[in-house]
Design a protein around this ligand. Structure first.
Ligand code: PIT
Length: 189
């Protein structure tokens, strides 16, 4: 990883249903096509297969025409490329097309923490403690790397799957910044 592929994403992925949308991007489900080579990534000094043919993924499709400053997008990508943690959404590869930037990410299907809190009516201390434990683990990891997310909210925490006990994953690094050593993040977001 660490570089952008210039090829058309539809050569490698079948794009599926929309999972969500924002001002200048859509997230869609996608399947890695049958006749594609495995993608490897170095994890803890060892090469690990991280993408296999047939894998279900999520793709964030960014409409370049609607983006004011592409520098914001490259910052988001650079930050995500530097992160590997069980409670943060994983970015696998990037396809830079003339009109769109495509970010291939881990697929999560359990919905937002926000919706689970609302659906439950009451939210137990045990549930809250588990959620906080996972969030703190992600934030400790990010802050040690001097990355500040700056948009923490229940809408940006998605459950990996529908089963109880599925891990939470932090998403949306659109406002995240890297704070140089010795400096403070002061901007109000
Ligand atoms: C999924 C499923 C889903 C949404 C996402 C991923 C979104 C992830 C995301 C969005 C961002 C970002 C990083 C990750 O910067 O419903 O698997 O704007």
């Amino acid at each position: 990883m660490g570089f952008f592929k210039k090829s058309d994403i539809t050569k490698l992925y079948e794009i599926g249903d929309e999972l969500g949308s924002g001002n200048f991007a859509k997230v869609k489900k996608a399947k890695r096509k049958a006749k594609t080579a495995d993608v490897e990534k170095e994890v803890g000094g060892k090469k690990k297969v991280v993408l296999k043919a047939g894998a279900d993924m999520a793709i964030k499709i960014i409409d370049k025409a609607k983006v004011e400053d592409m520098g914001d997008i490259t910052r988001e990508i650079e930050i995500m490329q530097d992160i590997s943690h069980p409670n943060v959404i994983n970015l696998f590869e990037i396809f830079d097309e003339p009109k769109k930037m495509n970010l291939v990410m881990e697929l999560v299907t359990g919905g937002e923490l926000f919706d689970r809190i609302v659906a439950k009516g009451s939210y137990s201390e045990k549930d809250a403690a588990q959620c906080l434990k996972e969030l703190c683990s992600a934030l400790k990891y990010l802050h040690e790397k001097k990355i500040v997310h700056r948009d923490l909210k229940p809408e940006n925490l998605l459950y990996k799957g529908k089963a109880p006990g599925a891990p939470l994953k932090l998403i949306d690094f659109g406002l995240a910044i890297h704070v140089p050593k010795g400096e403070l993040a002061k901007e109000v977001c």
